[in-house]
Design a binder for this molecule. Structure first.
Ligand code: SF4
Ligand code: SF4
Ligand code: FES
Length: 261
């Protein structure tokens, strides 16, 4: 560990400390070395001044999605935000994800996301084709591969205004990460959901709140994996849901199904 005397400079940090009962920002001066990221400085703060500071992290390589927090109000990974992003005179404010309840200090309870994940029905295997015999065109593989880069950091979920400022929307809205999952499955050429009676486009609209999304692209802007969530998943899913709605055969089918007995 490097002490302040050999540091490149000493940075001003403001870190939120507290619990579900409440808390506030505390000021610290922390040493910074060449090539460090914000998580390094938070660890130094823990080691030298605030041993009980709670922060969640795991890989320190942008791959586990654990160290999500807000830096100067923007959802970011602590381990992928270089200190060189800031000038030595900047005050760096680190706060927990705003859309989820605080556990302690920088750690939030992200179980909302796991509940939403459970609500999305899994891939439905095609009948009569054994695993290992699945064949897909390369273009379909590439399309879903983009979405599979997701590290479940939930930064997109945190930034989306539909839930960020409206706790009451959480029940009805799955959020960008899980609408993207539905889009991925709906685009999957081997998914046999429709054959089993599951209409993913209808459920996206009616059960997972696709209509709440007004394609502001804020989710795309914060994604550390640079997934084009809005352009490649949410907009195509909206188009597919609209195609379904205006398909005369679907319209007729819905009418017949709704007819009173
Ligand atoms: S594009 Fe949609 S899902 Fe993404 S942040 Fe905006 S409203 Fe939320
Ligand atoms: S889509 Fe991007 S921002 Fe959202 S959870 Fe996955 S990696 Fe994180
Ligand atoms: S510690 Fe794993 S993504 Fe930051």
């Amino acid at each position: 560990m490097t002490n302040a005397a050999s540091a490149k400079y000493v940075a001003d940090f403001r870190v939120w400390r507290g619990s579900p009962a409440g808390g506030g920002l505390e000021d610290f001066k922390v040493a910074v070395n060449e090539g460090e990221v914000v998580l390094d400085v938070i660890h130094r703060l823990q080691a030298t001044q605030a041993p009980d500071l709670a922060v969640r992290w795991n890989c320190k390589a942008g791959k586990c999605g654990s160290c999500s927090a807000e830096i100067n109000g923007r959802p970011r990974l602590l381990c992928m935000t270089r200190m060189s992003t800031f000038t030595p005179s900047d005050t760096i404010t680190v706060t927990p994800l705003r859309a989820f309840p605080v556990v302690r200090d920088l750690v939030t309870d992200v179980s909302f996301n796991y509940e939403k994940a459970r609500e999305v029905p899994a891939f439905v295997p095609p009948e009569g084709v054994a695993p290992g015999e699945y064949r897909m065109r390369q273009v379909d593989v590439e399309r879903s591969q983009e979405f599979r880069k997701c590290i479940e950091c939930f930064l997109c979920q945190d930034t989306c205004h539909v839930v960020r400022d409206h706790e009451e929307n959480k029940t009805a809205f799955a959020g960008p990460r899980f609408l993207m999952r539905i889009a991925e499955l709906d685009m999957h050429p081997l998914d046999a959901a429709a054959e089993s009676g599951l209409d993913r486009r209808r459920t996206a609209q009616e059960e997972h709140g696709l209509g709440y999304c007004n394609i502001t692209k804020c989710c795309t802007e914060v994604c550390p994996e640079h997934i084009k969530i809005t352009d490649n998943a949410l907009i195509p899913l909206k188009e597919r849901a609209a195609d379904r709605k205006y398909d005369p055969l679907v319209w007729l089918g819905d009418k017949i199904r709704r007819r009173p007995e």
